[in-house]
Design a protein around this ligand. Structure first.
Ligand SMILES: NC(=O)c1ccc[n+]([C@@H]2O[C@H](COP(=O)([O-])OP(=O)(O)OC[C@H]3O[C@@H](n4cnc5c(N)ncnc54)[C@H](O)[C@@H]3O)[C@@H](O)[C@H]2O)c1
Ligand SMILES: [Zn+2]
Length: 351
């Protein structure tokens, strides 16, 4: 088992290894002194791992309750959030108790927000079960629910007490959902580390899960340690996301997040090069690795359509937005652009 410490205001550990769900009761007991644990999970994850987690918690002496909601982004809303809070209140959870998020990013984000606000904040533990949740959403303390007006519009920065990433759980992920996580995994290579990028190119990710999750958690840890509240370098993690979010929205979320980010990254890499903002055209190298991991690399939406949605991105200001430009594999920079230039970049990036 690997242990990685995240040094936020309230530091915590990320544990990575095989078979950790069976040990999770003991592991959580070492960190959290609660009497009662509320497991929050979705129906699919519950059917796969709910019992094992609950048995382990009970064995470690926790009184256990479980709240199960329907899987999918459609459940990441205020209604499910208040249902969790009402359930917690009906079971008389106190400030000394904890919540345990068992699932992907949807479960992690909504449970984190419920834990951040129930009784003004109780302890919570992340037990991520998707690749995306292990390499990205379970670490860093961003919690949220969606509004009808847009994704992640309500939330809080609230760090977990512990993250337990049992890489065995990834064996049941479908190809599409695994590919989604690969988009974020490849992103770390483009952002920070050519060697890691090459490793992903030359090896099969599915056969090297512990190593890959550990590397990604370290990249994310380093960024979060430096910029917990997302006021500077944490913005680098948005590589491909501005255009990616626009593609998700225009497709009415028919294009998944990872797929959209992959397309967005290709568009920005190609467009920034053609506009003279980057010295090298990295797009073909990036396309090759996305092909390897079954991620799409182009879209039929027009540059004008994409720009219109980017304008209303929650990260946009009145006169522009900060983009992440890939200068080399392993090196990116933040770049403030206005919407005219952004249109030009997207036009050239989609040619
Ligand atoms: N907080 C952050 O920093 C952050 C970062 C990135 C993304 N996110 C959020 O994460 C969410 C996406 O996360 P996700 O892709 O994990 O989605 P998800 O939680 O919806 O999981 C995807 C699907 O996989 C199923 N599943 C989960 N684990 C499984 C397993 N081990 N085996 C089989 N099926 C399994 C789920 O039931 C679901 O149907 C979005 O809401 C996004 O906004 C948050
Ligand atoms: Zn993302």
């Amino acid at each position: 088992m690997k242990r990685i410490e995240v040094k936020t205001d309230a530091p915590y550990e990320v544990l990575i290894g095989q078979g950790l769900i069976e040990q999770s009761g003991t592991l959580i007991r070492q960190t959290v002194s609660s009497k009662t644990a509320l497991i929050v999970t979705d129906d699919i994850v519950n059917s796969l791992y709910g019992e094992a987690l609950e048995a382990s918690l009970v064995k470690a002496g926790f009184e256990c309750f479980k709240f199960v909601f329907q899987n999918g982004e459609g459940s990441k809303n205020i209604k499910t959030y208040t249902d969790i809070l009402e359930f917690a209140a009906s079971k008389k959870l106190t400030r000394d108790d904890c919540m345990v998020a068992l699932g992907g990013g949807v479960v992690g984000d909504i449970t984190g927000f419920a834990a951040a606000t129930y009784l003004r904040g109780i302890a919570y533990v992340q037990v991520p079960t998707t690749l995306l949740a292990m390499v990205d959403s379970s670490v860093g303390g961003k919690t949220a629910v969606d509004l009808q007006s847009g994704k992640n519009l309500v939330g809080a920065f609230y760090q977990p007490k512990l993250v337990i990433a049992d890489t065995d759980t990834l064996s049941t992920l479908s190809g599409n959902i695994f590919a989604d996580g690969m988009a974020e995994t490849v992103k770390y290579g483009i952002l920070f580390d050519r060697e890691f990028f090459s490793f992903l190119n030359e090896n099969e990710a599915r056969l090297n899960l512990e190593y890959i999750v550990e590397k990604c958690v370290c990249f994310k840890r380093d960024i979060v340690d430096e910029d917990e509240k997302d006021r500077g370098v944490r913005g680098l993690l948005n590589l491909g996301h501005t255009v990616g979010h626009a593609i998700e929205k225009l497709s009415d979320y028919g294009v998944s997040h990872g797929s959209a980010v992959a397309i967005g990254t290709v568009i920005i890499a190609r467009g920034a090069y053609k506009c003279g903002l980057c010295k090298y055209d990295l797009s073909s190298e990036i396309i090759d690795i996305y092909n390897k991991y079954s991620l799409p690399v182009s879209t039929d939406f027009s540059a004008a359509e994409l720009l219109e949605v980017c304008r209303h991105d929650k990260k946009s200001g009145a006169d522009g937005i900060t983009l992440v430009l890939p200068e080399a594999i392993g090196k990116c920079r933040l770049y403030k652009t206005d919407f005219n230039e952004l249109l030009n970049i997207i036009e050239k990036g989609t040619e």
